[in-house]
Design a protein around this ligand. Structure first.
Ligand SMILES: [Zn+2]
Length: 79
């Protein structure tokens, strides 16, 4: 026999997301729900000049578009 009791499970949700490039807040739609943004998480490997470095960036849509343009990828997007 299992007897149960009620417990409150607290979970962490993002309250605010800030673009690491321009510093603007990503638009909050609802609690824990935000406008879409570009999340980059990269651990550089041994055969790079950044061995072991962990990069993590949250980038808003406007800065994402600027980034693609800056590196010449804006014309390679598949619609
Ligand atoms: Zn931005």
């Amino acid at each position: 026999m299992v007897k149960t009791k009620s417990v409150v499970d607290v979970k962490e949700i993002p309250e605010k997301i800030i673009c690491d490039a321009c510093g603007r807040e990503i638009e909050k739609i609802n609690d824990g729900i935000f406008a879409d943004y570009y999340k980059i998480e990269k651990t550089w490997g041994y055969f790079s000049e950044k061995d072991g470095r962990q990069d993590s960036f949250d980038i808003c849509e406007k800065c994402y578009d600027k980034m693609l343009k800056a590196i010449g990828l804006q014309n390679k997007i598949s619609e």
